[in-house]
Design a protein around this ligand. Structure first.
Ligand code: ADP
Ligand code: MG
Length: 240
């Protein structure tokens, strides 16, 4: 066993002959919260989808928890993804939305019930279990989406701009909550955002992407104090 949870080696991805990811190598250690940051269109979502198995690399290798998963099915990777759009089932209650993955796995009813209630308590959703998504606020919906990921007990959580549909004050509050959850669960997380403040406040380690390439990797403080170039300096927002 290594302490590495996700490892990308020289990963490339092209769509119809256009290179979108141009050779990315990086390491996410167990327990780390790593943030991918960069302007719109730089390849953040594609990189996350490659880790999730929703896309297959054109070349390179992806290892999760010491297993080569480059071509593995998404369900066999030990990852759970939280999307910007929440992707909840509108006709199901909160309880059924959270329970869904466990039902598919055929877990015993009592176990599912206990697990869902445990997760609902962590996320302060216990009083909302019988509601349907349309009767929830944006922040509550996002919590349900996170709950659906947590019940699966993944090795790695993948977040794709989970807060971008929320208003500014709620975004700040959810940011704190996600950070708290990440520590509480001892989780490994990869978090995509185009928001510098989110990156600076959440990350153990920031990966700055630009046009399918890694510009710099470092702690928020390192990037702030020692940006590798003007692009990073401009993006992280420190004068140089
Ligand atoms: P980001 O999440 O950083 O905004 P994306 O990863 O969504 O960027 O997209 C990176 C580039 O790849 C964009 O130019 C986008 O148009 C292109 N792209 C993403 N997915 C596809 C796809 N399925 N087919 C063709 N082009 C795609
Ligand atoms: Mg994106």
């Amino acid at each position: 066993m290594t302490s590495s949870s996700v490892r990308l080696s020289a990963v490339t991805k092209s769509f119809n002959g256009t290179d979108v990811i141009k050779g990315v190598s990086l390491d996410v250690k167990k327990g780390e919260l790593v943030v991918f940051v960069g302007p719109s269109g730089c390849g953040k979502s594609t990189l996350l989808r490659l880790i999730a198995g929703l896309e297959t690399p054109t070349s390179g290798e992806i290892v999760i928890a010491d297993k080569d998963v480059t071509y593995a099915h998404p369900s066999k990777r030990g990852v759970a993804m939280v999307f910007q759009s929440y992707a909840l089932y509108p006709h199901m209650t909160v309880e059924d939305n959270i329970a869904f993955a466990l039902k598919i796995q055929g877990r015993p009813k009592a176990e599912i019930r206990a697990k869902v209630h445990e997760v609902a308590e962590i996320l302060q959703l216990d009083h909302l279990l019988q509601r349907r998504p349309k009767a929830l606020s944006g922040g509550q919906r996002q919590r349900v989406a996170i709950g659906r990921a947590i019940v699966r007990e993944p090795d790695v959580f993948l977040f794709d701009e989970p807060l971008s549909n929320l208003d500014a004050s709620l975004r700040g509050q959810m940011r704190v909550e996600i950070a708290r959850l990440h520590r509480k669960l001892g989780a490994t997380s990869v978090y995509v955002t185009h928001d510098q403040v989110e990156a600076m406040t959440l990350a153990d380690k920031i990966v700055v992407l630009r046009a399918g390439l890694v510009e710099q990797v470092g702690s928020p403080m390192t990037l702030y104090r020692h940006p590798a170039n003007l692009f990073v300096a401009g993006f992280i927002g420190s004068p140089r």
